[in-house]
Design a protein around this ligand. Structure first.
Ligand SMILES: C[S@@+](CC[C@H](N)C(=O)[O-])C[C@H]1O[C@@H](n2cnc3c(N)ncnc32)[C@H](O)[C@@H]1O
Length: 239
């Protein structure tokens, strides 16, 4: 992983905090993961739930996942080693033993998992960074590793199929990055603005319609959008 790629993401917990000021709805969006886990697994009497998180960053989403159900054991991966180290450090202090953080590429790690072995695969704000072709391979691997009736929950930047709605949401978000100046972090404003425009490139942009089409083609069912605010949406699908 080159430092250029690593520099696209939040570098530490303090940056995560400032970023949340620019995108306050991220927390609400991420809570949809817990809600979906709870509504799907509440009635199940299984003793343990095996889950995999793609792109854990410093572990903010991992926290939400683990809090959703005490039976969860979580394999959380990220392909930036320094970020994984921070996640490990944070959770060591919390004495949480139900999570294992690994430095790995999403596709490679999924390919190592046995077919039909996971109750859920979860991800927040990761896949929109990946090229379309890579993403399709990831979806196929997620389908393979899920148990029948397993869940795939993804909170992400999904471009609305309505282009003018998408452009308005993008402008809203870029304007919100002014808050980085107030926090004395104009460097972050520049970095995140660049990141957001890069996500618009045709080979990367994650359109809602393409997402649904790709998942349906693999055999996913009950594909539902459970949240949208500006650029972000949350999708739940079942195997
Ligand atoms: C925006 S962060 C989100 C982290 C966390 N879900 C959160 O919301 O705080 C995206 C993370 O995905 C990781 N990532 C991006 N592409 C990846 C890939 N192909 N495999 C594994 N991790 C990846 C990045 O290193 C980064 O830490």
């Amino acid at each position: 992983m080159s430092s250029d790629i690593a520099a696209r993401y939040s570098a530490d917990v303090e940056e995560d905090r400032i970023f949340r000021l620019a995108a306050p709805h991220y927390d609400e969006a991420q809570q949809t993961i817990a809600i979906a886990i709870q509504s799907h697994f509440r009635g199940s009497n299984t003793q343990s739930l095996a889950m995999l998180e793609i792109g854990c960053g410093t572990g903010l989403t991992s926290d939400i996942i683990l809090d959703a159900d005490k039976r969860i054991s979580l394999l959380a991966l990220d392909n930036v080693e320094s970020i994984v180290e921070q996640a490990k450090y944070r959770f060591k202090n919390k004495q949480e033993s139900r999570v294992e953080f690994v430095h790995a590429d999403a596709l490679e790690c999924l390919q190592e998992q046995p077919a039909g072995s996971l109750d859920a695969v979860l991800s927040a704000l990761v896949l929109h960074n990946c090229p379309n072709e890579y993403r399709k391979e990831v979806y196929a691997e997620i389908f393979r590793v899920l148990k029948p009736d397993g869940l795939f929950i993804n909170v992400d930047k999904y471009a609305s199929d309505n282009e003018s709605e998408h452009q308005a949401a993008l402008e809203w978000q870029i304007k919100r990055f002014d808050i980085f100046d107030t926090e004395g972090r104009s460097d972050l404003k520049e970095r995140w603005t660049t990141h957001y425009y890069e996500d618009e490139k045709p080979e990367v942009i994650l359109y809602e319609r393409e997402y649904i089409k790709d998942l349906e083609a693999l055999g996913f069912r009950d594909i539902k959008r459970v949240y949208r605010y500006q650029l972000e949406a949350s999708y739940v699908a079942k195997k």
